[in-house]
Design a protein around this ligand. Structure first.
Ligand SMILES: NC(=O)c1ccc[n+]([C@@H]2O[C@H](COP(=O)([O-])OP(=O)(O)OC[C@H]3O[C@@H](n4cnc5c(N)ncnc54)[C@H](OP(=O)(O)O)[C@@H]3O)[C@@H](O)[C@H]2O)c1
Length: 276
């Protein structure tokens, strides 16, 4: 049996009790997803790393297991598949997952009409369809257990329409609203939900759109994946949405003030039996 090389401080113990014994992270072979796997393993959670290409995924899982001494299991699944939840469930023991990070996405930049329709649909399948399936499937289990966490990766492109990011930004807006809404719905069931807006992060995905950006370098607003994942893990349970970047965090807070007011109004009406 491997020795766990994970932090033993009291906050890590509380984290394991709330979100353990295992986490599932999508898009975990590289980039922010891999950094999430590291951050969660460092807190002593076993990790199921999900991605589409077997070799890089197997390497990532072996590195996480070696570095942190936790069980790190590669799960090869194509999230464009409509039955992706069944495929995940077949690979993951029932009731083992206390935290799900829906991180995988297909980054897309360029004029909408020049993209192949098929690739636009694939991006929607990964970011929206698969995310809904995983949050619904594992969210039900967590709500029944009365504890757990769900994290959805959004983006600054979710906060307004932007040229060249129409489809991508729209999927991220879906992720943001889904995550923020579920924070309200699931908190009384003991499940923390977080929509997280990373801010620019030096990953293979970002490097494919920023020519000359070298791996492992933080430059200007572009930060390293470990910093982004750590910020998200620390924000879990504190608010419906968060960002590593101050400006984005302030914009999210403004959205939440409005959402809080709406929720308070609805709860008051419900309490008075007035319906919605
Ligand atoms: N990096 C940033 O600056 C930034 C900024 C804002 C938001 N985000 C968000 O943060 C998340 C992670 O971004 P990232 O930059 O780390 O991405 P990335 O470097 O492109 O990595 C994404 C991972 O997801 C995998 N994936 C893609 N399609 C999949 C499928 N059908 N099934 C299973 N796995 C699949 C990719 O595999 P392959 O590469 O093998 O296809 C890759 O390993 C995304 O949701 C993104 O929208 C990132």
């Amino acid at each position: 049996m491997a020795t766990r090389r994970t932090t033993r401080d009291s906050s890590a113990v509380a984290f394991r009790e709330r979100y353990g014994p295992a986490a599932l992270v999508t898009g975990a072979a590289q980039g922010i997803g891999r950094a999430f796997a590291d951050a969660l393993a460092a807190r002593g959670l076993d990790v199921f790393l999900l991605d589409v290409k077997p070799e890089p995924l197997a390497r990532a899982a072996a590195e996480v297991a070696e570095q942190f001494g936790v069980a790190a299991t590669p799960v090869v699944v194509d999230l464009t598949r409509r039955d992706c939840l069944d495929a995940v469930r077949a690979a993951v023991p029932t009731d083992s997952i206390g935290l799900v990070v829906c991180n995988a996405a297909l980054g897309q930049e360029g004029p909408f009409l020049e993209a192949e329709l098929e690739s636009l649909h694939r991006a929607i399948d990964v970011a929206c369809h698969a995310t809904v399936s995983l949050l619904h499937g594992f969210g039900r289990e967590m709500a029944a257990r009365g504890r757990g966490g769900l994290v959805v990766l959004a983006s600054g492109t979710a906060l307004q329409g932007s040229p060249r990011y129409a489809n991508y930004g729209a999927t991220k807006a879906f992720n943001l609203v889904l995550g923020e809404s579920l924070w309200y719905e699931l908190r009384d069931h003991g499940v923390d939900v977080l929509a997280f807006v990373p801010g620019p992060t030096n990953t293979p995905g970002l490097r494919s759109t920023v020519p000359g950006l070298k791996e492992g370098v933080a430059v200007g607003p572009i930060r390293l994946p470990a910093e982004t994942a750590e910020a998200a893990v620390r924000a879990l349970g504190r608010a419906a949405s968060a960002s590593r970047e101050k400006d984005l965090a302030a914009r999210l807070a403004a959205r939440r003030r409005r959402a809080d007011a709406n929720a308070a109004r609805d709860w008051k009406r419900e309490a008075k039996g007035e319906g919605r």
